[in-house]
Design a protein around this ligand. Structure first.
Ligand code: HPA
Length: 266
C-alpha cells in the first residue's frame, strides 16, 4: 500500500513532528518553500505513488517544517490533469497528508482574472468553484463516501481567517469563484466571455480536483489564487507560461507575507 509506505518513510525522517496543515504551491510559487524553518526535504521520487512533476515553476519535493510556528507539509510541486490525463494525480499526496494527521490543506494556484477589479498581482480567495474540465478525481471510486457534499467545500472559518489575515497586514484580498478548465492551452476569448456569464471570477488549470479529493479525505480546504494575468481577450498582453511564472515570481513576496499572516490566524 503506497500511502502507508509514504507515511512510514516521512515519519522516519521528521521525528515526532505533528503536521497540522498542508500547502500545495502553484506555478512559480515553489520558492515559498524557502519560508519553511527547520525544513526536511523529501523528494517525491522517494515516495511511492507521488506524481512525476513535469511543469517548470514546480519542484518535485515535499518539505516538512515550521512556518510561523505551524508545522506544515509543503508540496512544492503539483501535477496536473493535463500532464497525466488523470484527475486523481494528486490523490496519494493528499491521502498521505490526511494519514499524517493534518486537519487542513491550503491550495495555492496561479490564475487568470475575469474581473477588471482583480488585476494581476492581486490575490483572490476562492469562495467556490465551477468544474468545467469534464473530469472528476473520484470517478471509479466505490462506496457511498464518493458522494461528497461540495457545499462550503472552501471552509467558511478558514475563509474568515484569511480575510482577517489580509486585514492584519493591510492587503486587498478579493474573493471569488474559480473555474477549472483542463488546459494546457489557455482559453479562447469566447470561452472567457462564456465563463463570465456562468459566474466565474478567475480561471485556471488546477486545484479543483485537489479540493474534491481533500473533501473526500475529510480535510478542510482553503484555496487562494495568485492572479498572474487578465484572462484571454481582456487585455493585449500575450498569454504564456513564461508570463505566468514571471508574474507569480513578482508577487511571491506578497503571497508569502499573506501566507504567514494566514497561518497565524488559523
Ligand atoms: N488561464 C488558465 N490558467 C491560468 C491562467 C489563465 O489565464 N493564468 C494562470 N493560469
Amino acid at each position: 500500500m503506497s500511502v502507508a509506505e509514504c507515511i512510514r518513510t516521512i515519519r522516519e525522517r521528521i521525528d515526532n513532528r505533528k503536521i497540522t496543515t498542508g500547502l500545495v504551491l502553484g506555478s512559480g510559487l515553489a520558492g515559498l518553500a524557502d519560508a519553511v524553518n527547520n525544513g526536511v526535504t523529501i523528494p517525491y521520487a522517494d515516495l511511492p505513488g507521488f506524481p512525476e512533476v513535469g511543469v517548470s515553476g514546480h519542484d518535485p519535493n515535499l518539505i516538512i517544517g515550521e512556518i510561523e510556528g505551524v508545522t506544515v507539509a509543503v508540496f512544492a510541486g503539483r501535477a496536473h490533469y493535463y500532464e497525466h490525463a488523470r484527475a486523481d494525480v494528486m490523490r496519494t499526496p493528499l491521502a498521505v497528508l490526511k494519514g499524517l494527521g493534518a486537519k487542513r490543506v491550503i491550495l495555492a494556484n496561479s490564475a487568470g482574472s475575469l474581473r477588471d477589479d482583480i488585476p494581476p498581482g492581486e490575490l483572490m480567495l476562492i469562495s467556490d468553484h465551477i468544474n468545467l474540465a469534464g473530469a472528476n478525481p473520484l470517478i471509479g471510486e466505490t462506496g457511498d463516501d464518493r458522494f461528497v457534499d461540495m457545499v462550503d467545500a472552501y471552509e467558511p472559518s478558514l475563509r474568515q481567517a484569511a480575510m482577517r489575515a489580509a486585514a492584519n497586514i493591510d492587503i486587498e484580498l478579493a474573493s471569488g469563484v474559480y473555474a477549472w478548465l483542463s488546459g494546457p492551452c489557455f482559453e479562447t476569448p469566447a470561452e472567457i466571455r462564456a465563463l463570465k456569464i456562468l459566474g466565474a471570477d478567475a480561471v485556471g488549470m488546477s486545484t479543483v480536483p485537489e479540493v474534491i479529493l481533500a473533501r473526500f479525505f475529510g480535510l478542510k480546504v482553503a484555496g487562494i489564487s495568485n492572479i498572474t494575468n487578465m484572462a484571454a481577450g481582456m487585455d493585449n498582453i500575450a498569454l504564456s507560461h513564461e508570463q505566468t511564472k514571471k508574474m507569480a515570481n513578482q508577487s511571491a513576496a506578497r503571497f508569502e507575507k499573506f501566507l504567514k499572516a494566514f497561518l497565524k490566524e488559523i
